[in-house]
Design a binder for this molecule. Structure first.
Ligand code: CU
Length: 539
């Protein structure tokens, strides 16, 4: 429940116009919004000339080498540092990076084999690393106040914005003290047991109040978990397995990434300027850091491991040949690993932080022609994502088994020991507006959900605008959307569900793995930074 402090100390910026009205009039306005094909957020326009599409080769992020391996697992080191890169041809862009690249290096791991990553923070601000989709002990899960301070940063939390809580915005300084925060200086070891299903995870910054601009500047990388069962399936592999990290960005005239921060140093004052309170969209679509890239492909099956790493942009992907044919996107996996059986899509919606594991077959495509991956929710340049140029005939012994996995949980409603309801809405706070869960802004000190290890619960989620809702630690299954069966792309085990405007959904999960303090939150990164998070305590 709201305590007075929890509300007043959160100084939110005004969310003008439609959102404010919607918050005031509640669901009826949400229902009106739901009738529109909508984008949640506002688009920044780049101030540099944008390159033509399908010229840049698709980069594949380098796989990081461990600094040591032993019977206990693999040890990696990542330095978080500033770097410059040529994302657009002829344009130099300063970035915040993991190991000097965007995306950061990919970590390849095996199920059940622990990985420790020593992160060293050489950036000018505190950071926090979260492995999205990881089944991770709380101490390594990257709680937003578990900061890694850079050298020379004052000890937390003695100064506004340096500490463990929402910054004070533009009001009087207020520090929300989080007595449970574990703050380190310069380095931190994050340990990931990876006792979980094989899948594509991603690591990114998760610092209190400043996650969105930090990811935007480049703090994101892939982490793949593999296992023997998946290896035995005969899926496309090697050069025919492609990770695709899709992220929109905008570029300022000086080549830097444009972002509407109130405080461009990301030190003191969180938040974005008013038109962007719903989310920041860019006008350039990057895949693995390249603008609208092209990949030379064999006329064969490919496994595309797609991540939407955008802050706020949703996509509806389709694969279209030069002669206008739509190719099937055969989904074999969701956020948390393989489906029981493949699901064929022509259009695949993907919200921020979601992953889809998809097979596409180029064998029927004329040699020398293209298949473009398009975004039906985009307009102008954001309608295009990337292309494949089918360059040559090739043998293909890959298969798509009818049975992909037999280890998916079989939770039933009757297993649930409790049902919880959460609304995800814009809301009025004293003196401003925010993005709230159950009417409340995030407070590290408040218990929102306390559950017992092993309990099965059903959660009913309802949204005003688009909110991709992410639970840390656990995967879940979608039970319903607005009283109807789940959609085809809801299949399998997920860790992020895309709530559409005005939509209610039910999910079911079992809280197992580890005890401790975790989070659930909206993965529209701007919403997340504007308080749309809540605590999930497993006892
Ligand atoms: Cu949201």
């Amino acid at each position: 429940m709201p305590d007075g402090r929890g509300v007043t100390r959160r100084r939110m910026l005004g969310i003008g116009g439609a959102l404010g009205l919607m918050a005031a009039s509640g669901l009826s306005a949400s229902a009106a919004l739901a009738r529109r094909p909508s984008i949640t957020g506002a688009e920044l326009r780049s101030a540099v000339a944008l390159p033509p599409p399908f010229q840049a080769p698709l980069p594949i992020p380098a796989v990081l080498k461990p600094v040591s391996t032993s019977a206990e697992g693999d040890h990696y080191r990542i330095t978080q540092r500033e770097a410059r890169a040529e994302l657009l041809p002829g344009v130099t862009t300063p970035l915040w990076t993991y190991e000097g690249s965007f995306p950061g290096p990919t970590i390849e791991s095996r199920r059940g084999r622990p990985v420790t990553v020593t992160h060293r923070n050489e950036l000018p601000v505190p950071t926090v690393v979260h492995l999205h989709g990881g089944r991770t002990p709380a101490a390594s899960d990257g709680y937003p106040t578990d900061l890694v301070l850079p050298a020379g940063w004052p000890d937390a939390p003695t100064q506004p914005g340096h500490g463990s809580g929402h910054g004070s915005g533009h009001g009087a300084p207020h520090v929300m003290h989080d007595p449970r925060a574990v703050v380190t200086r310069l380095t931190r070891d994050y340990t990931f047991p990876l006792d979980q299903r094989a899948t594509l995870l991603w690591y990114h910054d998760h610092r209190m109040d400043f996650t969105a601009p930090a990811i935007w500047r480049g703090l994101a990388g892939l982490h793949i978990v593999r296992d023997d069962a998946e290896d035995a399936l005969g899926l496309p592999a090697g050069p025919r397995e492609l990770p695709l990290m899709i992220a929109d960005r905008a570029f300022a005239a000086d080549g830097s990434l444009a972002y509407p921060s109130l405080d461009p140093t990301l030190r003191e004052r969180p938040g974005v300027h008013e038109p962007y309170l719903g989310g920041v969209l860019g006008d350039v679509i990057l895949v693995n850091g390249a603008p609208w890239p092209v990949h030379e492909a064999d006329a064969a099956r490919y496994r595309l491991r797609i991540l939407n790493a955008s802050n706020a942009r949703h996509y509806e992907l389709e694969a279209v040949t030069d002669d206008g044919r739509r190719l099937d996107l055969v989904q074999i996996g969701a956020d948390q690993g393989l489906l029981a059986t493949p699901v064929t899509h022509r259009l695949l919606p993907i919200a921020p932080a979601e992953r889809y594991d998809v097979i596409i077959d180029f064998s029927g495509v004329p040699i020398g022609s293209r298949v473009r991956l398009l975004n039906r929710l985009g307009s102008g340049r954001t309608r295009e994502v990337m292309a494949f140029r089918v360059a040559r005939r090739a043998a293909d012994d890959s298969t798509i088994p009818r049975t992909l996995a037999t280890d998916l949980p079989a939770w039933r409603r009757t297993d649930a020991v409790r049902v919880r309801d959460f609304s995800f809405r814009a809301g009025r706070l004293h003196g401003g507006h925010g993005w709230l869960i159950g009417g409340l802004p995030f407070d590290p000190a408040r218990s929102d959900v306390t559950t017992r290890l092993g309990d099965v619960e059903v959660w009913r989620l309802i949204a005003d605008v688009h909110h991709p809702i992410h639970l840390h630690l656990v995967g879940f299954q979608v039970l319903s959307r607005s009283g109807r069966p789940p959609l085809p792309h809801d299949a399998g085990l997920k860790d992020t569900i895309s709530l559409r405007p005005g939509e209610a959904a039910e999910i079911i999960t079992r809280f197992d793995g580890y005890r401790g303090r975790y989070l659930f939150h909206c993965h529209n990164a701007e919403h997340e930074d504007m308080a749309m998070m809540a605590n999930l305590e497993i006892i």
